[in-house]
Design a protein around this ligand. Sequence first.
Ligand SMILES: [Mg+2]
Length: 164
Amino acid sequence: MGRGLQPDLYIKSIFSLDVNWLKERGIKGVLLDIDNTLVTHKQKIPDEKVIELIKHFQENDIKVAIVSNARKKRVDLFNEKLGLYAQYRAFKPSNKGFLKAMSELKLIPEETAVIGDQLFTDIRGGNRTGLTTILVEPLDENEPITVRVKRIFEKLIVKNKPIE
Ligand SMILES: [Mg+2]
């Protein structure tokens, strides 16, 4: 039945991810969540940190795509300068957005990792698609109540502390 809601790696921030962890596992591409993974909900465009991170992946021969549940307008504006393949309204945990991005990037599940801040969408969806899953702590503490409630359940499921 797969790994359900358990991520393969739990880290404090996407910005502290060691690319060697990916390389050692044969990962050739990453599918990135936007909200609370790369930037907060409020941030409309990528900052220098995000641009550097993506460049860092690419320089290490790791392909990058965005797979987001956000609206087209949000995703298009965010991706304007990045120019990545970007799937909006992916309906994660559905596998459709992941599969579409993987086909665009010519990746198979065994060489693909998903990185996101939500267990019930990013991690659940990635696990059921057979991807390597990386959970990060959300960037913004001031989340809407619906998301905060989900966090309580997430804490019950993933008991380990993230790696700093
Ligand atoms: Mg998110």
